[in-house]
Structure formats: structure tokens, C-alpha cells
Write a protein that binds this ligand. Structure first.
Ligand SMILES: [Zn+2]
Ligand SMILES: [Zn+2]
Length: 137
């Protein structure tokens, strides 16, 4: 079955991929669905989900697994860190902090072959900080 599902890029999948690459907001499937629906009014949320999973398996996009939260998706495959806001769950690229090359990243560690190092940054985004100051939040 795995060969059949990768066979062709459907027009829907192309739109989903194009829209995801356009945005830097790391949308959830639901958020991306709202964006894609403007171009494809008949698309369903299930279709968006399925295609995002497929694109992740194909290595065309990255899935950001966030514990206890809805997964977010990133069309930017370059190596970069993310920072997540503890208040509104917004995820930004951490600009200016580069994943440095270390021996652990390429070699074997305790018998494991390390593929990728994931570091999670969490914080409070500028907007939420501002809300805090004005006493709204
Ligand atoms: Zn925030
Ligand atoms: Zn990103």
C-alpha cells in the first residue's frame, strides 16, 4: 500500500504544500485548513490531515510534535530551532540561534545512531508579554 499512496501529488496536496511553505506561523492542521479552504472551498479537514501526514512521511515538511498540544507543521526544512509560547502556544523560528554541529549529532552514542537533536525552547511571546503588562492577561 505504501507505494500507491505516494504515487502522485494530487492538486490538493500541492496547494496544501504551497500554502504551508508560504507561512511562517507553523500552523496546526486546523489552522492550515482555514487557509487552504480559501483556495479549495470543498476540501475537508480530514483531507488536510491526511495530506499533512503523507507530506511528513515523504520528508517534504516537518511535523512539530508538542506534548499535549495539537501538532504543528513547518514547510521550512532548513535546520532551525523553534520557540513556543507557554501562554498562547504560538511557535516562532528562533532567529540567530543556530544548531551547532557537535559530534553527538553525526556519530554513534551508546550504541544509538543519532539522527537529529531536538531542543525545545519555551517562553512568553512579545504579544503575551505586552498583554501581561497591561493587566489584560
Ligand atoms: Zn504568546
Ligand atoms: Zn520553523
Amino acid at each position: 500500500m505504501t507505494t500507491a499512496k505516494f504515487q502522485r501529488n494530487t492538486p490538493q496536496r500541492k496547494v496544501i504544500l504551497a500554502e504551508l511553505r508560504k507561512t511562517h506561523s507553523h500552523p496546526t492542521a486546523t489552522e492550515l485548513y482555514e487557509i487552504v479552504r480559501e483556495r479549495l472551498p470543498k476540501i475537508s479537514l480530514g483531507t488536510v490531515y491526511r495530506n499533512l501526514e503523507l507530506l511528513t512521511e515523504m520528508g517534504a515538511i516537518r511535523k512539530l510534535e508538542i506534548l499535549g498540544k495539537e501538532a504543528r507543521f513547518d514547510g521550512d526544512l532548513s535546520k532551525h530551532y523553534h520557540v513556543r509560547c507557554v501562554r498562547c502556544s504560538r511557535v516562532d523560528d528562533l532567529v540567530g540561534v543556530h544548531p551547532e554541529q557537535t559530534t553527538e549529532e553525526s556519530g554513534d552514542v551508546n550504541g544509538w545512531k543519532i539522527l537529529e537533536r531536538r531542543v525545545e525552547f519555551v517562553g512568553i511571546c512579545p504579544e503575551c508579554q505586552h498583554l501581561g503588562e497591561t493587566g489584560v492577561n
